[in-house]
Design a protein around this ligand. Structure first.
Ligand code: PMP
Length: 306
């Protein structure tokens, strides 16, 4: 799964040469912020999807935790593109990560605790495998998402993913592809690594970004594409049972892209197959990469100079 090169603290290096010390702060205290991004093969060559938006979110996450990145946003954007070129990749899943590095063992990082920045690019297909076509079987998790003012959900921080691991591990143990968590208030929040959408009577509904969820970039792209297709979208609080009464359910994320959900807690969603609105949004989304959807939003960045 590895690639020849990664980017680490300003240089392209062989994958095997970027190692960390066991005293690394992030290893002990979860003090990392990161992104998940994709490069798609398009007829014009590899193109990065919403690179600048991902980098902006990376910096916002770092700001919440007072982690000084040490590079500008445009330098990180350039490094991401350089890495794809160095690895000669046509498509990729890209993982920039910023973390407090090796030093003392105090929770409170000292002023001289270094901050490491690395970018990895992997060859990674559909996150939930064939579910992207036939639909995923998911469950509602017994684990709830942290309440607001505990772990800030807008920051994509390493520590948050302990919650995601509990949700995903429980789902796997039960034979499900993924788990959907309720928020601290018992209302729907998101999947372990995806945002959640429901379709009811031709309308798209999704929990608001105040529902303890990550403000997903794919989520925002889907809302934009839906509006473009004339599909009404409402962001509002939803109870668990909305999942069981929905005509369609799907999940969105950089890794998961747009993955239909065909059952929740072993109850079929609609007819038990991906529904027409989910499919229309998949077509619009993937059309960005085969050229059938015009990129009117400037979401794509060519990896190679023209
Ligand atoms: N929620 C969580 C918890 C996630 O990890 C992700 C994946 N980054 C998402 C939602 C979807 O976000 P995005 O569309 O920006 O990848």
């Amino acid at each position: 799964m590895t690639t020849p090169f990664l980017w680490h603290n300003g240089c392209i290096k062989p994958w095997t040469e970027a190692t960390v010390h066991v005293s690394t702060h992030a290893l002990h205290y979860g003090s990392s912020v990161f992104e998940g991004e994709r490069v798609y093969a398009t007829p014009q060559g590899p193109a990065y999807f919403r690179l600048a938006d991902h980098t902006r979110r990376l910096f916002a996450s770092a700001r919440v935790y007072e982690i000084e990145i040490g590079y500008r946003e445009d330098e990180i954007n350039a490094a991401c593109l350089e890495l794809i070129r160095a690895n000669r990749m046509k498509s990729a899943y890209v993982r920039p990560i910023v973390f407090r590095g090796a030093g003392g063992l105090g929770v409170l990082p000292s002023d001289d605790t270094p901050v490491d920045v690395a970018i990895m690019a992997l060859d990674w297909g559909a996150y939930l495998g064939s579910a992207i076509e036939r639909g995923a079987d998911v469950c509602v998790s017994s684990w709830q998402r942290p309440a607001p003012n505990t772990f800030p959900s807008w920051a994509k921080a390493g520590g948050n993913y302990l919650s995601s691991q509990l949700i995903a591990l429980e789902a796997r143990r039960g034979g499900y592809a993924e788990g959907i968590a309720l928020g601290h208030n018992g209302l729907l929040s998101e999947g372990a690594g995806e945002n959640l959408f429901l379709v009811k009577n031709g309308k798209l509904v999704t929990p608001p970004t105040s529902a303890g969820i990550l403000a997903g970039i794919t989520r925002e792209s889907v809302i934009t594409l839906a509006a473009d297709l004339g599909i009404e979208v409402e962001e509002r609080d939803l109870p668990r049972e909305a999942l069981y009464c929905a005509d369609e359910v799907f999940m969105t994320g950089t890794a998961a892209e747009i993955t239909p959900v065909r059952s929740v807690d072993r109850k079929a969603v609609g007819a038990g197959n991906p529904g027409p609105i989910t499919k229309a949004l998949q077509r619009a989304f993937f059309g960005l990469f085969d050229g059938s959807t015009e990129d009117r939003w400037g979401w794509l960045t060519a990896v190679h100079d023209k």
